[in-house]
Design a binder for this molecule. Sequence first.
Ligand code: MN
Length: 285
Amino acid sequence: MRLASTRDSRLHVVVDDVAVDVTDALDLPTGPGGPLLTFLERGGNLGAISALDLDTLPSRPLAALDLDAPIARPGKIVGAPVNYLDHKAEMGEQRTIADYGVFLKASSSVIGPGADVRLPYRDVRTDQEGELAVVIGRTASRVPVAEALDHVFGYAPLLDITVRSGEDRSTRKSFDTFTPFGPWVTTADEVGDPGELELRCWVGGELRQETSTRELVYDVAELVAYTSHVMTLFPGDVIATGTPAGVGPIKPGQRIVVEISRLGRLEVGVSDEGAIDYDARPGPR
Ligand code: MN
């Protein structure tokens, strides 16, 4: 099942080219996190949606939806540094996620399909990182690897936008608009093995990244288990699983596309509106 949220805070089941509005049927109030987060926080699961008679609910063409990120403000966004060996090589890294652990991105950095990534600095490189996102469906604390996937609700394409400056990852990756996510969440039952997905990412029409999630250093189950050993994962939390080789600078006016097999295609723009020189950032030095 594919679940899409819109800017007016409504939740839709996407069936081919049609979107069925399940917001009222599930009695989902509007809120800043979006209707899917509300649904998951309440303990909602696939069965609750499958039980609906979609034929009796209002529907629209998918193309008519004003899509937002499927979860506009997750409780937390966990990131996975150096989780593909080809990216380790291109960055000249000596270490991997096994040494670094995970990091956090601000939940305020999320945008949805069609929105613009805003570059914060005119004179510091900002890169795209195409990634597979995992959406947690059940609270996970210290879960073993063998049980980890039972806690996953679904998956989506995601971009982990990153400034290449000297600050900690949480700063460089947390600017507003730095976590494009969507176009929808595909539930885990439809995805099957998350270790067999093909990921491609284009910038300005150029194919920059191409990998299989088979190449992950920590695969999805290991990443969920490891993260849950550090922090409790709640329904609606998002884990960005890391990026393969091919990261590179993004420029105003470019389009970024990340496509993952079985999950769909996320496209956003790039803008330099409000960008400043790095030396003009606040704070004494
Ligand atoms: Mn990343």
